[in-house]
Design a protein around this ligand. Structure first.
Ligand SMILES: NC(=O)C1=CN([C@@H]2O[C@H](COP(=O)(O)OP(=O)(O)OC[C@H]3O[C@@H](n4cnc5c(N)ncnc54)[C@H](O)[C@@H]3O)[C@@H](O)[C@H]2O)C=CC1
Ligand SMILES: O=C(O)[C@@H]1CCC=N1
Length: 426
């Protein structure tokens, strides 16, 4: 029970920082219910009730979402010294756990308006995770129906027991395999097939079983990634169809190939999911979006999320977004590489040795991306922070604008999206 004798008093910086560090350390992934944080705060000499802690957490989350939604507006004033907490809040809220990770386009309705302790009975603390229901997830992620998916708990046990197959042993299969193996999936539970042995060696090095038989992969797996080129999806699904049963989850990563096509090629009522990953899954920094087919349940999506959570950012959305995501991110990484290459070549042109120029260009892309993600700021704001009036950057940016970089990049996303749509019509 909360102690009614505890007085309301303002939070100072040290207390808030400690509180956030405790939350980060306790790992919100574990669905703590507030009492653990309460015990640790008390042990550190800060006497707050659980409700007071909940209310403080609510305010911090509210400020975080406000900053995320309106990055160009001044920082929230309701939290004194917000800038001190912003980084830790981002680390907590954008940790890879799907419970917290569905922030993209999230709509929040839990703004809090007073910076004081308050009655917290209506406020949400992540609840313990007793079962598989979705009741409390809507409190944590956005309100879009496809985002209010089942209570997606990391399920290490489930991941470690799941039998996973890959049909196709190419770059994308390898990226996903590496990503999921850095989570709880076990190499002994993974099997990969391809017609030739050319690409199989690197999977064997991961400890994964390999075969030339797609049928063997399907028969021995619960979840199968179909990772062949789009034009090969139809012959492959036709080949494996008779071995696909109700226990299977078939996940296609092929660009453009629609859920309707997948479901048409698979036996009736098959569970199909369309996933668009990207290559940085290899280094656990992928951006993945999936859409569930008509027989795929929320828990199938939750299982996939849990399995993929170490691959990077994993989001669920309506199928119409998958082609867009293909342009933005599946192909988008190649656009970024082109830019990195051009940066380096510019430096070579100005006299820098090539190896050093490429090394600096890749670090520049990495650093810019990391700062963009971790600051939560709009790219335009960060860009303006680099520009000294009359300085070097604005001269360079002017040249890029004259060259039409912005329009060309938008058109590149558009062309790649259209091409994905076109592949889907074939
Ligand atoms: N490479 C990328 O960055 C991304 C690729 N994708 C999608 O992933 C899929 C695979 O692309 P990549 O890995 O890049 O291609 P890839 O050419 O590297 O790999 C394709 C693999 O399929 C195997 N294969 C060919 N015929 C087969 C058959 N009948 N049965 C089993 N395996 C067969 C090949 O041996 C090869 O190992 C494509 O549909 C692509 O649209 C999606 C997102 C990003
Ligand atoms: O270029 C392609 O078609 C695939 C899909 C997204 C990235 N690579």
């Amino acid at each position: 029970m909360d102690d009614p004798g505890i007085k309301k008093q303002n939070w100072d910086v040290n207390e808030t920082e400690l509180f956030l560090e405790i939350l980060k350390d306790l790992d919100m992934k574990k669905c703590l219910d507030g009492r653990k944080a309460h015990r640790r705060m008390t042990a550190a000499g800060y006497h707050r009730t659980v409700d007071q802690l909940k209310f403080r957490w609510k305010l911090l989350k509210s400020a975080y979402y406000k900053c995320k939604r309106e990055p160009n507006l001044p920082a929230p004033t309701k939290i004194q010294g917000w800038w001190r907490y912003e980084k830790t809040m981002i680390a907590i809220m954008e940790s890879r756990h799907p419970l917290l990770g569905a922030g993209v386009n999230s709509v929040r309705n839990d703004e809090v308006t007073e910076d004081s302790d308050g009655e917290a009975s209506m406020l949400h603390w992540p609840q313990p995770c007793p079962d598989n229901t979705a009741q409390n997830l809507g409190l944590i992620v956005g309100v879009m129906p496809w985002m209010r998916c089942s209570l997606i708990k990391m399920d290490p046990e489930m991941d470690s027991q799941l039998k996973i197959g890959f049909i196709g042993a190419g770059n994308m299969a390898f990226g996903i395999a590496k990503g999921i193996l850095s989570g709880n999936a076990l190499p002994a539970n993974i099997k990969v097939s391809a017609p030739s042995s050319r690409n199989l060696g690197r999977f064997q090095e991961l400890g994964v079983a390999v075969t030339h038989s797609n049928e063997e992969v399907v028969s021995g797996s619960d979840l199968v990634f179909v990772a062949v080129k789009p034009h090969l999806v139809a012959p492959v699904l036709t080949e494996i169809s008779e071995h696909v049963t109700e226990r299977h989850i078939i996940v296609s990563v092929a660009a453009g190939v629609t859920l309707a096509t997948l479901e048409e090629l698979l036996p009736q009522n098959s569970v199909a999911i369309r996933l668009m990953p990207n290559l940085p899954c290899l280094v656990q920094e992928g951006a993945l979006l999936f859409a569930r087919g008509s027989h795929a349940k929320q828990e199938d999506g939750a299982l996939l999320r849990s399995l993929l959570h170490r691959c990077g950012l994993v989001e669920e959305g309506p199928e119409a977004w998958i082609d867009i995501h293909t342009g933005l991110s599946g192909s988008g990484v190649a656009f970024v590489y082109l830019f990195a290459e051009a940066l380096a070549e510019g430096a070579v042109k100005m006299g820098m040795p090539s190896a050093l120029a490429h090394s600096i260009a890749s670090q520049t892309v990495l650093g810019a991306g990391k700062l963009l993600r971790e600051s939560g700021k709009h790219p335009a704001q960060l860009r303006s922070e680099v520009c000294t009036p009359g300085g070097t950057t604005i001269y360079g940016l002017h040249t890029l604008e004259q060259g039409g970089l912005r329009a060309a990049t938008m058109s590149a996303v558009e062309s790649a999206t259209e091409r994905a749509r076109e592949l889907g019509r074939k």
